[in-house]
Design a protein around this ligand. Structure first.
Ligand SMILES: [Zn+2]
Length: 652
């Protein structure tokens, strides 16, 4: 018998049906039970429109996933909700929570993912934030535009924020600024002229953001941010000009944040621009916050000179049009490509707004130098011979709405793929995008294009140090501690093995997670056991944070199990069913093939309503709950699947 839930919050007016996920939010989701064990993970092997299994005895059982008594949280639970031990709102308001005269470091994002890079240092009444990036959506967050750092702690302490340092102009380091600037109390942003120009462009698109206060910094500027924090900036090689590392002088010592960086080599394999590391070696570094995006990759970076040489050879060999895709933010690479195009007499056309904007900004500020006539508008592609065309496009990750996808699916207004086109992916695949990139390449190939990727030739060099380079840097700069930042745990942990080679002790490589409040003293770095909220904040359209975990769960549930809508028309007074219930199914079963099951569901509903109709003034919320639970259980018994059941009651 189903008990009536009196604790349920009243539904907002106008809401027809309570969210299925809302009901399951607490206690923890129980998807199904096998052999008496609670199995948290959703069942495997789900395909749409499968015939339900009527015979329980001879079905093939799917492999059991037994997490024992303490089921592991799924990734989503971990990322969409506060971690255990997280500070409560009232705790965050307490000033005495952190010890006086102690330096704390808290990474807010970027340590369990690629992107969303953000962290801050706190000392008494002073906070300095480094980077405020976005993360691209992933399979766990369907329909979301961006994921941004959780700033609920910083928001409460906004009066303490003495500055926001942006290390470089990549979205995963600055992209969240427009969404959080006001909430942070509009602190002064420190960054190079290029970052200022890129940010101004972004902020102009968002009308309700306050005018930013920006202080342009140059290499080796030393800026006193507050009484106890001073920053000195130094140049590192990356894929966008003017990437700056930071030496943050704190009362506990010098914390060095490397931004994103790689070592640059000439074509003979000699390292370039090592002066900055020599300078750092004299700084008596306490901790290195080290970009670990490629820490699990062996060897050295590929020289950008080799990339350039290989691209030029590919361009020369191409007989038809060239379509090249790379990240819109790889401004240095884009500059090289335009120069080659000029040299070999091809015109450059740009497909993708972000790429166009970045090239314009970089050209205006003098980072890129080329004859303006080399770039021509995309609309003119028809008027140019194929062998004079070099089309630059965004979308190398297989993003659905980006330029490359529109071309390959024939939806582009000006460009369709034709046999003999050369398509070049001068990029790496961001973890998680493997399948969409594979589809993209396959589709180009089917239409007769010649596809080149980083796998068959060095036509991309990552912007992030590989293991051997990281070793060189630590050897040169001799920090007391290494705190790997940027990227998933296993990548960051690779540093432990790498650094062992030079006898760097394991316990001095500090492994943190997002949200960890970390105490830094002169001779120690220690996780305090407390965390600040660092779970995902989702941006959906222009809304920030209004896509709650519960919405995400609904979306995942729908994508995994489908839905079934049951429309019952009842007599308002008696609760009596007036006609056969209508049943609509999407992504669960094909109704026409499952008439028997549908009839059984109808019978189930009739029985349920017959039990309740004797009650006077039948409560439609109660009836809905009853239908939902009974139909869910029934369908699970019959099909082993749990579609979202949405009962709709029409009272007449
Ligand atoms: Zn970067």
């Amino acid at each position: 018998m189903v008990a009536r839930n009196n604790n349920k919050k009243p539904l907002p007016t106008g809401s027809l049906v309570p969210s299925e996920a809302e009901q399951k939010l607490k206690p923890p989701r129980v998807v199904h039970i096998e052999n008496g064990q609670v199995v948290v993970a959703p069942p495997q092997n789900k395909t749409g429109n499968r015939k339900p299994k009527q015979n329980q005895s001879n079905r093939n059982r799917r492999p059991k996933r037994d997490f024992g008594r303490n089921p592991l949280p799924s990734f989503s639970e971990h990322r969409l909700h506060p971690k255990e031990g997280v500070l409560s709102d009232s705790e965050m308001n307490q000033t005495s929570l952190l010890k006086k005269d102690t330096v704390y470091y808290v990474p807010l994002g970027g340590l369990e993912e690629i992107g969303r890079n953000c962290g801050f240092f706190e000392y008494n009444d002073e906070i300095v934030v480094i980077d405020m990036g976005i993360q691209f959506p992933e399979a766990e967050t369907p329909g979301v535009d961006w994921i941004i750092p959780n700033i609920s702690y910083l928001e409460k302490k906004k009066k303490k924020i003495k500055g926001l340092i942006i290390t470089h102009g990549h979205y995963d380091h600055f992209g969240a600024v427009p969404y959080v600037l006001e909430k942070l109390g509009n602190p002064t942003i420190y960054g190079t002229a290029l970052i200022k120009a890129i940010l101004e462009k972004k902020l102009a698109e968002m009308p309700n953001v306050p005018k930013m206060k920006f202080q342009i910094i140059k290499n080796h500027d030393r800026v006193k941010l507050s009484q106890n924090f001073t920053a000195e900036f130094f140049g590192v090689s990356h894929t966008i000009p003017d990437t700056t590392g930071v030496v943050l002088e704190t009362p506990a010592g010098k914390m060095v944040h490397f931004a994103d960086f790689r070592l640059e080599y000439d074509e003979h394999g000699n390292p370039l621009n090592m002066e900055e590391f020599e300078w750092l070696a004299k700084q008596n570094i306490h901790s290195l916050l080290m970009d670990s995006t490629n820490a699990d990759g062996e060897g050295h970076s590929t020289s950008e000179k080799i990339v350039e040489k290989n691209l030029e050879e590919l361009f020369k060999a191409a007989e038809g049009r060239i379509i090249l895709s790379t990240f819109a933010s790889m401004i240095e690479r884009l500059g090289e490509i335009i120069t080659i195009a000029e040299r070999i007499g091809r015109k450059v056309l740009i497909n993708g707004r972000s790429m166009k904007e970045n090239i314009e900004i970089a050209k205006t500020l003098g980072y890129l130098k080329f004859n303006p006539g080399v770039i021509i508008p995309l609309e003119e592609i028809k008027n140019i011979p194929d062998n004079k065309i070099l089309l630059l496009s965004t979308g190398a990750q297989g993003q659905e709405n980006a330029g490359l996808m529109r071309i390959v699916t024939g939806q582009h207004r000006h460009v369709q793929i034709k046999a003999g086109d050369t398509v070049i992916f001068s990029s790496s695949v961001i973890p998680g995008n493997e399948r969409s990139v594979q589809n993209l390449k396959d589709n180009f190939s089917r239409q007769g294009a010649i596809v080149h990727t980083n796998q068959d030739l060095d036509i991309h060099s990552s912007g992030h140090c590989l293991a051997e380079d990281l070793l060189t840097v630590v050897k040169m700069t001799r920090p007391q501690f290494v705190i790997p930042v940027h990227a998933h745990y296993y990548k960051r942990a690779a540093n432990i093995q790498t650094l062992k080679k030079i006898g760097f002790p394991k316990e001095k490589v500090i492994m943190l997670d997002n949200g960890y409040i970390t105490e830094i003293t002169k001779n120690n770095v220690r996780f305090t056991g407390k965390t600040v909220p660092a779970y995902y904040i989702l941006v959906d359209g222009l809304g920030v944070g209004d896509v709650e975990a519960v919405v995400m769960r609904d979306r995942r549930h729908l994508s995994e199990e489908g839905m079934i809508v049951i429309v019952s028309t009842i007599n308002k007074k008696t609760g009596q069913l007036l006609k056969n219930p209508d049943i609509i199914s999407r992504g669960f079963i094909y109704l026409r093939d499952n008439i028997e099951l549908i009839n059984q569901v109808r019978d189930k509903i009739k029985n349920t309503l017959n039990q309740t109709k004797s009650q006077r003034n039948a409560d439609s919320e109660y009836i809905k709950t009853l239908i939902r639970e009974q139909v869910s259980d029934f369908l699970y018994r019959k099909t082993e699947r749990r579609p979202m059941v949405l009962p709709v009651i029409i009272e007449v």
